[in-house]
Write a protein that binds this ligand. Structure first.
Ligand SMILES: C[S@@+](CC[C@H](N)C(=O)[O-])C[C@H]1O[C@@H](n2cnc3c(N)ncnc32)[C@H](O)[C@@H]1O
Length: 159
């Protein structure tokens, strides 16, 4: 399976970069995982709702350009559906079983995900009702994808 993580903005913090490199290395035994960073819009504080929508729409266009038509898209959304790690593992297994060999996870920018990207999404997953910074979300997602592969293969992993 080819997994792409599409994320808005560049990763800056060194400690996150190190963690992400570690999980990419671990995941390399299970899948080809690429990260695509799309440019974020510089968004000052106190934007009106309409201006926020414009920012999200522009970032959304860049996200959509990075997705090929035959890709199954999972967006990360606070209001999405919460799954257990086992359920995420099962979902990835089922996608592979149904011949879906391309999977993209989309992490929004600081204002979230545009409507157009939500419409393109095949499934919206929530990691809880809490808001995580998008850069940290990348690391949490990679850990869960790695955990998912270990669960699917019955391999030991931390409980
Ligand atoms: C800082 S958050 C954006 C917050 C924005 N107010 C919103 O409601 O989406 C940046 C991105 O991280 C991801 N994210 C943050 N917390 C999440 C959670 N609990 N579950 C799923 N995705 C989350 C989402 O993709 C979100 O677009």
């Amino acid at each position: 399976m080819k997994i792409t993580i599409i994320s808005v903005g560049k990763l800056k913090e060194k400690y996150l970069k190190q963690g992400i490199q570690e999980y990419l290395k671990r995941l390399s035994s299970y899948a080809k995982v690429d990260i695509i960073e799309v440019a974020d819009e510089k968004a000052p504080e106190n934007l009106s709702e309409a201006e926020e929508k414009q920012v999200k729409d522009k970032e959304g266009e860049r996200i959509l350009q990075a997705i090929s038509p035959d890709t199954y898209v999972i967006t990360l959304e606070i209001e999405g559906k919460m799954l257990s790690s086992e359920q995420l593992a099962k979902k990835m297994d089922e996608l592979a079983l149904h011949g879906k060999s391309k999977l993209a996870f989309v992490i929004g920018g600081s204002l979230g995900i545009s409507e157009a990207v939500q419409q393109r999404s095949n499934f919206a997953i929530s990691f809880s009702k809490m808001t995580f910074p998008h850069q940290l979300m990348r690391l949490i997602l990679l850990e869960q994808v790695y955990r998912g592969f270990r669960i699917s293969r019955g391999e030991p992993y931390h409980k």
